[in-house]
Design a protein around this ligand. Structure first.
Ligand SMILES: Nc1ncnc2c1ncn2[C@@H]1O[C@H](COP(=O)(O)OP(=O)(O)OP(=O)(O)O)[C@@H](O)[C@H]1O
Ligand SMILES: [Mg+2]
Length: 495
């Protein structure tokens, strides 16, 4: 008897057939992976299961019983919990309050919360995940990876029969991922069923028992993990053969574009020095929390600095805000789509032109035709899956939102571009497009910093690699000498 059966699920949005008669089932204690390209319908299927979206037609059975999951509360009552791809945390509450939201431990005095108990239990949930995090911190002060761990803790601490994890690993590095997998294994042992969504196929082969592939809202097939391999899965996902080589084209490396001297933000990053050249892709590697994103934010003017100097094309510049940075020709493609990347309520066209409206404006008027034409071009180049340039960004799938962020920064034609986890949540086919784009940018003389937790990508695309450890630069490796082991050695504090 399957723990969960979803039969013939269909869901339409205006202009989009998101799910077309999709069926799949999950056994008790099984880890069932769900994969497919950006926009395939994975998240929509999970939102329906979690009661966050309604379906047009279809049936859901839990333990062979027909259920009607009309609200998120109903889903939780049935033991179904979901870890959302777009986090669902309340920003001004702390981690513990988020984990226990709506089911806070009660004190002996009626109407009061037992805070001591709540903090202790929340802390043990988080500790079990192997992360260093104080549960009294408001979640808006946590890094993306830490927020992800709170989201995971929130779902796993509930009484669950079925847990759906929608790209839980996108922001995690090896250490946290190991802890997550241990947790999944222990949940499995307790008979909990896990639905695991990820674009990283190596994870699927490590943790899943079976895998179901979707394409364009349709069910493609289900295989036991032992009966399939990478190539087979990719073929099912994209509908054709696809080679996975990273298509690095070395550009001519010219003079210095960006020089960073003594960059310091107390307690976060310490005495960062490096030079980035025109035509160069400089990889920035390190563990979560090593300070990579903080270096990017400091250069971009998103955080203040306590000391240090930044030179652009040999001239010292002052960057007090992202606006300054953009004006000087520095762009930051961020991993945090919501905070720095996109305005979700605006349409695709407006988001793409947002950071470079000046170039479209004459005498105070924005040339809308030109704006539309340009956004159309990026939609095609990056294969952004949207009914049109007039779709609100919040209606796009996670991976397609990430592509809009990319398009926006490409349109600014910045001299220096910092990519922070640029392929996070992006499917296999589209990744290659993004690498090709970086090649093209470098060939035109752009200088690129690429922050990434995926070592194959860092090794494949970088001309040179800097490794950070605990807020400092731990070392530099040339493209020729760099290896996964070499990077990990420096990233974990080795000399
Ligand atoms: N609220 C919505 N309004 C309109 N269209 C939507 C909405 N939510 C999703 N869609 C569309 O439904 C399709 C499936 O999206 P979904 O988010 O399920 O994809 P996904 O497989 O999770 O992709 P990704 O890997 O990028 O996260 C996409 O074409 C998306 O644009
Ligand atoms: Mg999704």
């Amino acid at each position: 008897m399957p723990a969960l059966q979803m039969n013939n699920i269909t869901k339409t949005y205006p202009g989009v057939l998101a799910l077309d008669n999709v069926s799949f089932d999950v056994a008790k204690g099984e880890v069932h992976a769900l994969c497919g390209e950006n926009g395939a319908g994975k998240s929509t299927l999970m939102k329906i299961l979690a009661g966050a979206q309604s379906m047009d037609s279809g049936d859901i059975f839990i333990n062979d019983e027909l259920v009607h999951i009309t609200t998120p509360q109903k889903a939780m009552d049935l033991g179904v919990n979901i870890i959302y791809q777009e986090f669902n945390l309340v920003p001004y509450l702390n981690a513990a309050e988020n984990i226990f939201l709506g089911r806070e431990p009660k004190a002996s005095v009626p109407g009061f919360i037992d805070f001591g108990k709540m903090y202790n239990e929340a802390q043990s949930v988080i500790d079990q995940l192997g992360v260093d995090l104080n549960v009294r911190m408001p979640v808006n002060q946590l890094s993306i990876a830490q927020q992800q761990m709170v989201e995971i803790g929130k779902a796993t601490s509930r009484k669950s029969m079925i847990i759906a994890m929608d790209e839980p690993s996108a922001t995690l590095t090896d250490h946290e991922l190991k802890a997550l997998f241990e947790l999944i294994r222990s949940l499995k042992d307790k008979g909990v069923s896990i639905i695991y969504i990820s674009h990283r196929l190596e994870e699927i082969f490590e943790i899943a028992d079976r895998v179901t592939v979707m394409r364009d809202g349709k069910y493609v097939g289900t295989k036991a993990i032992a009966d399939t391999d990478r190539e087979d899965l990719i073929k099912m996902m994209v509908g054709r053969e696809l080679t996975e080589v990273i298509p690095k084209v070395a550009a001519e490396i010219k003079g210095p574009a960006l020089e960073v001297k003594g960059l310091t933000r107390k307690g976060v990053i310490e005495d960062i020095n490096f030079t980035l050249h025109h035509g160069e892709v400089l990889g920035l590697a390190g563990l979560v929390g090593a300070g990579r994103t903080e270096v990017a934010r400091a250069i971009f003017g998103a955080d203040t600095i306590d000391a240090g100097e930044i030179l652009l094309d040999g001239k010292p510049i002052k960057v007090k805000s992202p606006r300054d940075a953009i004006r000087q020709g520095i762009g930051l493609v961020t991993e945090d789509r919501k905070a720095l990347g996109l305005i979700l309520g605006m349409v695709v066209r407006e988001n793409i032109s947002l950071a470079n409206l000046d170039s479209l404006t004459k005498l105070g008027f924005v040339n809308r035709r030109e704006e539309k034409h340009i956004s159309q071009q990026y939609i095609e180049d990056l294969m952004i899956k949207t009914p049109s340039s007039e779709q609100q960004v919040q209606n796009l799938s996670g991976g397609n939102q990430q592509k809009v962020v990319l398009a926006k920064w490409l349109f600014t034609q910045s001299k220096v571009l910092i990519f922070d986890e640029p392929t996070r949540g992006i499917d296999v086919g589209a990744k290659t497009e993004i690498y090709n784009l970086m090649n093209r940018l470098a060939a035109t003389g752009a200088a690129i910093i690429m922050i990434s937790s995926e070592l194959p990508e860092i090794l494949g695309m970088s001309d040179r690699i800097l490794v950070m450890h605990e807020g400092r630069l731990a070392g530099e490796l040339s493209r020729e000498e760099a290896t996964q082991e070499g990077i990990m050695h420096l990233a974990t504090g080795g000399k």
